[in-house]
Design a protein around this ligand. Structure first.
Ligand SMILES: [Mg+2]
Length: 272
């Protein structure tokens, strides 16, 4: 039996952050007008939000759906520079902005252009009897929601997140090997008991290196859209992965070769 697990962020779904920030601008201008703030305060806030998102990371952080902390940090910076918005407004204003961000992210994610090729790939994998799932460093609600928005949820037999796994398995967050150990405990079948296990990911450090060290075969997706300076991304080009690609459309060919390779044939037909 074959198993293919995918990382989510940057692998199946692209980061909607920059697209959403472009769109949210007009809503922010309207919101900031309540405090008689000129338009350049909005620009200043967006710079600060972007910086907070790029530089700070924390366990299970959902960069794609965002978290209140980064928005609140940017609002506090604005308060320090301009004494506005009033500090006591920040707890609720940050949630208003977060809500609008997520509304816009839902639209962005559901319209991402790579999804059609991915749905085709997942359907093809499943039609051949391959078990398919997602395993991501993220909050449980965020991964599950993004899969639904992207119309990918129906293909996934298994959904694992670092937040979900960590409730039962201490330290189950990539790149820690505990993340992958926890998954195979949950599957009830060790890596060695499958014909093929693949992990597909966009991060060399978080996906390829730890999966490979546990005997999982790896596919590295080199995502050209990644921001270059995010502390939580490993954009190293050189890869130890068995297979690499720069387009999602190439994944089906990779698996056609990988799942029919002669090693697999000889393994399944070799006499006792
Ligand atoms: Mg990723």
């Amino acid at each position: 039996m074959d198993l293919v697990l995918f990382d989510l962020g940057g692998t199946l779904i692209d980061d909607p952050f920059e697209d959403v920030l472009r769109e949210i601008r007009s809503d922010l201008v309207a919101e900031f007008r309540n405090w008689n703030l000129e338009e350049n305060a909005v620009a200043e806030f967006l710079v600060s939000w972007r910086e907070a998102n790029l530089k700070s990371d924390h366990p299970f952080a959902s960069h794609f759906l965002q978290e209140e902390t980064w928005i609140a940090e940017a609002l506090v910076n604005l308060y320090r520079a301009r004494a506005i918005p009033p500090m006591q407004e920040i707890p609720l204003l940050s949630l208003t902005i977060l809500r609008r961000y997520r509304e816009l992210a839902a639209v962005q994610i559901s319209n991402q252009t790579q999804l059609a090729a991915l749905r085709q790939l997942l359907e093809w994998l499943r039609s051949g009897g391959t078990i398919v799932g997602v395993a991501s460093n993220d909050r449980e609600f965020a991964t599950r929601t993004m899969l639904i928005w992207a119309n990918l949820a129906k293909f996934m037999e298994w959904v694992f997140t670092s937040e979900g796994l960590s409730k039962q398995y201490a330290g189950a967050e990539k790149p820690a090997p505990e993340f992958f150990h926890a998954i195979f405990s949950e599957l009830g079948r060790p890596v060695s008991a499958w014909d093929n296990v693949f992990y597909v990911g966009d991060s060399e450090k978080n996906d390829i290196i730890p999966a490979k060290s546990l005997g999982i075969r790896t596919v590295r997706f080199l995502n050209k859209k990644h921001p270059k300076n995010a502390s939580w991304l490993d954009t190293t080009i050189a890869s130890l992965a068995e297979y690499q690609c720069t387009e999602r459309e190439q994944l089906q060919d990779i698996f056609r070769k990988a799942l029919n390779d002669p090693k697999r044939e000889s393994k399944t037909v070799s006499p006792g």
